[in-house]
Ligand binder design. Structure first.
Ligand code: TZP
Ligand code: MG
Length: 219
């Protein structure tokens, strides 16, 4: 029986702070995700997640297998949303699980101690539960209203983020409606990372948007 690490235990895989770019081809439209990944790597982004809702497994795997080596070559960390099997098959650095996905303990049994497991949380109780269960990081949000996620949980605001930051010691990835105008307030609330989808993928100039976000997060 393995035990979750204490929050002070060394991280299994380096978890870079800063901008966490979520790659969703349905939001990127005709723009190839490979191009967006390269722009983001050039701007200094080191944390990427592939998110494809309801794809055929083969399509998801093919996308993960194409993006993973590109991210790695650029010194980044590559995480697959929802699917432990695809993350493992593609050789990703980890998986990101929602509250309704495979339970953390079961995902850890499959992925072992060397991979990152992130858990989406929307309340302080969920955040504490994920930390106690050995998550490597939590997603927390939505911080602001978002149209990217279907049926989003209630907005937690920067105040909710501050409350979680005060109680949780593992890295926090703030998510939901973050853009160049509000990112500084999110950083000021003590998050380790800011995750964005539309602020980069829907931008008229993704390279400019990503550079602005990276700069704002660095402060
Ligand atoms: N989980 C909580 S909000 C959200 C997810 C996946 C969507 C974030 O997208 P955007 O476009 O950055 O608001
Ligand atoms: Mg999920």
């Amino acid at each position: 029986m393995s035990h979750p690490p204490t929050p002070d235990a060394p991280r299994r895989v380096p978890f870079p702070g800063g901008l966490y770019l979520i790659l969703d081809p349905s939001i990127a439209g005709p723009r190839p995700l490979t191009d967006i990944v390269q722009l983001a790597l050039d701007a200094g982004v080191r944390l990427f997640q592939l998110r494809m809702k309801t794809p055929e497994t083969g399509r998801l795997f093919a996308m993960a297998a194409a993006l993973c080596p590109l991210v790695r070559k650029g010194g980044g960390t590559f995480i697959v949303n929802d699917r432990v099997d695809v993350a493992e098959a593609a050789g990703a650095d980890g998986v990101h699980l929602g509250q309704g996905d495979l339970p953390l303990a079961d995902a850890r049994k499959i992925m072992g101690p060397g991979k990152l497991i992130g858990i989406s949380t929307h309340t302080l109780a969920q955040a504490l539960e994920a930390e106690a269960g050995g998550a490597d990081y939590i997603g927390f949000g939505p911080i602001f209203p978002t149209t990217t996620k279907e049926n989003p949980d209630p907005v937690v605001g920067v105040t909710g983020l501050r409350e979680v930051r005060a109680k949780v010691r593992i890295p926090i990835v703030a998510i939901g409606g973050i853009n160049t105008r509000n990112v500084s307030a999110v950083v000021a609330a003590g998050t380790d990372c800011c995750a964005v989808v539309s602020a980069v993928l829907s931008a008229s100039e993704p390279g400019k948007a990503v550079a602005e976000l990276v700069k704002a997060i660095k402060g």
